[in-house]
Ligand binder design. Structure first.
Ligand SMILES: C[S@@+](CC[C@H](N)C(=O)[O-])C[C@H]1O[C@@H](n2cnc3c(N)ncnc32)[C@H](O)[C@@H]1O
Length: 254
């Protein structure tokens, strides 16, 4: 059964805290309002640039074609959308969508700066209840967004609804490290170095503490695969990247 508080609100995780759904949505907004300006430089610092390779791998695995319609959910500062836009050319379309106006503004500006605005549309929306008609897209992606979504199953069901039969979903997200010998180094990096780096570069250690905690409470590889199957996806599989620090899940709608 769902966990609920005294006023019967459903409770969800926010890092290691358990809070109401409404409070999580607000606090996640606060995190991304705060980190938006330094988001990209922090991504490079935190992952030693590896996030760029993980995102390229996700876009390659999408098997995107020039006429495809792509929905990039929680698209933020636009890395995945930019890679998709370059591949689909003029005949296709990328819709970059995010709940957060600050992140989306940054995404839009970066897409314009890189000359990728002709085949990209920007839409502010919550991935849990999307304003697009069902079966509209060939590809739906979400990179490093699902952890932050209040109702993960609702978002996965919406991904399913958005896809046409034969369409593919890609979820790139932090996951469970599979190399036991590296666990203590990874923990020290996540809980000691990351918040300090966040404090130093983005003047916001708390948001990066949340990042580290949210990774640990996010469903691990098998659990996320089973959530995707329960939403209707078929041929669900995942590939571990960097020893499972990140996993790319994909699945099809038939
Ligand atoms: C870590 S960023 C990822 C941005 C980008 N996809 C990337 O890989 O760099 C997470 C994004 O998820 C967005 N987000 C959080 N909850 C959301 C929701 N319910 N619906 C849509 N976007 C959401 C945040 O606003 C933020 O931009």
């Amino acid at each position: 059964m769902d966990e609920r508080n005294a006023t019967d609100e459903k409770l969800v995780d926010f890092g290691f805290e358990t809070i109401s759904e409404a409070e999580k949505t607000q606090r996640v907004k606060g995190v991304f309002d705060s980190v938006a300006d330094n988001y990209d430089v922090m991504n490079d610092l935190m992952s030693f640039g590896l996030h760029r390779l993980w995102k390229r791998f996700a876009v390659m695995a999408a098997h995107v074609r020039p006429d495809h319609q792509v929905l990039d959910l929680a698209g933020g500062s636009g890395d995945l959308s930019r890679l998709f836009a370059r591949r689909i050319g003029e005949r296709g379309l990328v819709v970059i969508s995010d709940i957060n106006g600050e992140m989306l503004r940054r995404g839009r500006d970066r897409l314009i700066d890189s000359g990728c605005n002709d085949n990209v549309v920007v839409v502010q929306a919550n991935a849990e209840c999307l304003p697009f008609e069902s079966g509209r897209f060939d590809i739906v992606s979400m990179a490093f967004g699902l952890r932050n979504v209040t109702n993960k199953l609702d978002a996965i069901s919406e991904m399913y609804r958005m896809l046409r039969p034969g369409g593919r979903v890609l979820i790139l997200e932090f996951s469970k490290l599979k190399i036991a010998a590296l666990q203590s180094i990874y923990d020290a990096f996540s809980f000691r170095i990351l918040p300090r780096l966040g404090e130093w570069v983005a003047k916001d250690g708390d948001s990066y503490r949340y990042l580290a905690e949210s990774i640990r409470v996010h469903p691990h590889q098998e659990k996320l695969a089973s959530m995707m199957r329960s939403a209707g996806f078929e041929r669900v599989r995942y590939r571990n990247l960097a020893g499972g620090i990140v996993a790319l899940h994909d699945g099809m709608r038939f």
